[in-house]
Write a protein that binds this ligand. Structure first.
Ligand code: PRE
Length: 291
């Protein structure tokens, strides 16, 4: 019996492949426009929650984790994360316009890169010189965000300006997905007038003011599984910026400090953020075809 001849595979032409790309691009664009079609309903829901900035960092932290975890293939995760940051932050902007005020006193380039990566180019970037000026601008605004360095040399005890019921608060720490080679990896805090459901409370942040330094302070902070992020002279004494797990109430800190002999410590909440999330290094690289 004679074998039936196998069909000869014809190589793709460039025109065929471009046709496929056009179909995929069209579908992606239609889906983006469909995503935009629900904006009016989002605005109505947010208005019922009190208006202000539409930024919901807790939700975004979950979204960005899910995105990088499900990602596979040749496209670098940096690019995928960047695309979604622009989509989500621009959707936030069209719900309620806002600007990002940033402290450029440690250098403008890194801050600008971070703002553009996390918030895109549609959202205005407003540079200020000093953390105080950023916090003042956010305090005077209805729904703007402030971006401040979370680590490195810090200018005075700026976090004390976040103390008090009506003062802005830290509502996020970026990047949401950390990795050593992140293209905009400078750790920053986002400061805003907080919406009730906006910030995650995985990590609580406190300003602890004390009349003077005591070696008992680090011991108390570490007993409560906290971390001293910064310290600086403030109001004749000193102030510490402390991060602690979400279950650690201010009263607990005050009690433990008093028990350790640290007198007159005042512990005030200054915000919260999602727990830090590190992407496994092996998943973040660019994989060349055939490697
Ligand atoms: O989930 C929301 O609250 C939205 O407004 C939607 C959306 C998005 O575009 O996915 C936009 C802004 C928020 O920060 C989080 C997510």
């Amino acid at each position: 019996m004679r074998d039936t001849p196998l069909p000869i595979a014809t190589p793709d032409t460039l025109a065929d492949l471009r046709g496929e790309i056009d179909r995929i691009d069209l579908e992606m664009h239609r889906l983006l426009m469909a995503r935009g079609d629900i904006i009016d309903r989002l605005i109505a829901v947010k208005r019922a929650q009190g208006g202000g900035c539409a930024f919901r960092p807790d939700r975004e932290a979950q979204m960005m984790r899910a995105l990088v975890e499900r990602h596979s293939g040749l496209l670098p995760v940096d690019a995928v994360e960047g695309v979604w940051r622009v989509i989500v932050s621009t959707f936030t902007y069209v719900q309620a316009n806002y600007a990002v005020h940033a402290d450029d006193s440690g250098g403008d380039a890194q801050m600008r890169d971070c703002a553009r990566f996390h918030f895109g180019f549609t959202v205005p970037y407003v540079p200020h010189h000093g953390a105080g000026a950023v916090i003042d601008a956010v305090a005077a605004s209805k729904g703007d965000l402030g971006m401040l360095r979370a680590t490195g040399p810090l200018e005075g005890a700026w976090w004390t300006r976040l103390v008090g019921e009506t003062a802005p608060k830290i509502i996020a720490r970026l990047p949401f997905v950390e990795r050593p080679d992140h293209p905009a990896g400078l750790p920053v805090f986002i400061v805003a007038h907080p919406a009730a459901d906006a910030a995650s409370r995985d990590i609580l942040l406190y300003a602890i003011s004390v009349p003077r330094w005591s070696h008992s302070i680090p011991a108390v902070v570490s007993t409560l599984e906290g971390e001293i992020l910064a310290s600086a002279p403030s109001g004749g004494g000193m102030s510490l910026m402390v991060a602690a797990p979400g279950r650690t109430e201010a009263t607990r800190f005050a009690r433990e400090l008093a028990a350790a002999g640290v007198v007159d410590a005042v512990v005030a909440p200054i915000g919260s953020h999602a727990s830090r999330y590190e992407l496994n290094e092996a998943r973040s690289g660019v994989f060349a075809p055939g490697s």
